[in-house]
Design a protein around this ligand. Structure first.
Ligand code: FES
Length: 142
């Protein structure tokens, strides 16, 4: 860039970089390490206000587990937990509002992990979620 003026090419490059940053910000979730007790994870909902929002989502990493789990709000009081590992070829899917989208070949899943669009043929691995008072209990025995 020279002076205060951008030529067309520079303007497009700056805009593309900005859009890229926005996209990354929309799909990146902070990983929350969580303890495991008896094949279960307990999450106090008060500690995760994101789950109280429509389309809320968090990413947890249970102790001694290699892969994280997405915990997703499907309504204000219903939740699912799914593996982010795409069943096509193992890329990590991103959360895009009500959908989970694989950046590798475009497979798309709903928040229950069901395939909406291939090439993936199988649902994401799902974990049982129950609510006990103000806590979510996630059973890691998928
Ligand atoms: S690895 Fe996800 S669509 Fe291919």
């Amino acid at each position: 860039m020279s002076g205060e003026h951008l030529d067309r090419r520079e303007f497009v490059a700056v805009c593309a970089a900005g859009v890229g940053l926005l996209l990354v910000g929309c799909v990146s979730l902070v990983t929350h390490p969580v303890p495991v007790s008896g094949d279960r994870v307990r999450l106090a909902l008060a500690s995760f206000p994101e789950l109280g929002k429509p389309d809320g989502a968090i990413k947890i990493l249970p102790d001694a587990h290699e892969d994280p789990i997405y915990v997703l709000a499907t309504t204000s009081s219903a939740f699912t937990a799914v593996s982010p590992i795409c069943t096509h070829r193992g890329c990590t899917v991103d959360v895009h509002g009500p959908r989970l989208v694989c950046p590798c070949h475009g497979s798309t899943y709903d928040r229950d992990g069901h395939v909406l669009r291939g090439p993936a043929q199988r649902s994401l691995t799902r974990y049982r979620v129950t609510r006990e008072g103000d806590e979510l209990v996630i059973d890691l025995r998928a």
